[in-house]
Ligand binder design. Structure first.
Ligand code: DHB
Length: 295
């Protein structure tokens, strides 16, 4: 364990207990949770995949939610709400909106820009490049040319000044990479943009799990789903560590994957994380996990 411990910031992982306003408020009100992120959203709300959408064992979770969410406008409407909560409680707890509707990125830019013009409140986004559960669609983070195009559209699409003056702040959530050249290729792309952060890693896509009745554990997408939990921790750690050696130091790294105890947080810190996100263990234990880790 490190002798000088930085106390990394703690937050939820997108997708975990963060779809409704009530869930986000519960996270916000937890004093040990330093930042919050919404469920990945699309322009319009979605019902998502049929249930069961989630299953867990001692060592892993599988999710196939299919972007069940309340739509971009719902999550944008909470920007003002949390800004007022921050003012009232004299804190600066960051509210990040996770956005995954990458085919409608120009509409996203127009809506977000308009929201800023009307409300003048800085906003934070995590663009999800790694949603694994939409039948027939791949994870854009595995397509380097497409990722490059998307980031170009995004960073050149906003009116000059909105990004450089930190009015609109953008990070990305990446899939796990497993091959050394992929870290280099992705870092070369990421280093071109003024990203606030990268989150490593999303759940590992396209796992398959049997439940205790030897049936497919989740219904949607033919039973394939994203794998989280302690089994993915070695890949979360390696991805944080590799990217920390390759991306610009101003880009923060939010580590995610398999954190259940303080020792796991230390390990992410040793690999170079600035913030850690809790997913499966938050679903398992509720917000108490944050209190436990903070102590
Ligand atoms: C979903 C799952 C993910 O891992 C993700 O990053 C986004 C969405 C989902 O199934 O809803």
């Amino acid at each position: 364990m490190p002798t000088t411990y930085k106390r990394l910031k703690l937050m939820n992982a997108s997708g975990c207990n963060c779809t409704t306003k009530d869930e986000l408020i519960e996270l916000y009100n937890c004093s040990a949770c330093d930042m919050i992120v919404s469920k990945s959203c699309t322009i319009k709300s979605r019902e998502g995949n049929p249930s069961p959408r989630y299953y867990e064992t001692d060592t892993l979770s599988i999710n196939s939610t299919g972007l069940r969410n309340k739509g971009l406008h719902y999550y944008l409407s909470l920007v003002k709400y949390f800004e007022e909560m921050n003012k009232a409680s004299r804190q600066e707890k960051r509210y990040i909106i996770s956005y995954a509707d990458l085919e409608n990125i120009k509409m996203f830019i127009a809506i977000v820009e308009n929201h800023y013009i009307v409300h003048k409140i800085p906003m934070y986004f995590e663009i999800n490049l790694s949603c694994p559960n939409i039948p027939g669609k791949g994870q854009i983070g595995y397509d380097f040319a497409e990722t490059h195009n998307l980031l170009d559209t995004l960073f050149n699409g906003f009116k000059p000044g909105l990004i450089t003056n930190n009015k609109i702040n953008i990070g990305v959530k990446l899939p796990a990479y497993f091959d050394a050249p992929h870290f280099e290729a992705m870092s070369e792309i990421l280093n071109n943009y003024p990203l606030t952060h990268i989150t490593c890693i999303n759940s590992l896509g396209n796992g398959f799990v049997f439940n205790d009745k030897v049936k497919q554990a989740v219904a949607g997408n033919d039973g394939y789903g994203g794998i989280g939990g302690s089994v993915i921790k070695p890949f979360g750690l390696s991805n944080v560590r590799r990217f920390r050696g390759l991306i610009r130091s101003e880009i923060a790294i939010y580590g995610c994957g398999g954190i259940t105890c303080l020792n796991d947080v230390y390990e992410y810190e040793l690999c170079g994380a600035d913030v850690v996100q809790i997913g499966t263990e938050l679903i398992r234990e509720g917000i108490n996990i944050f209190n436990k880790l903070k102590q």
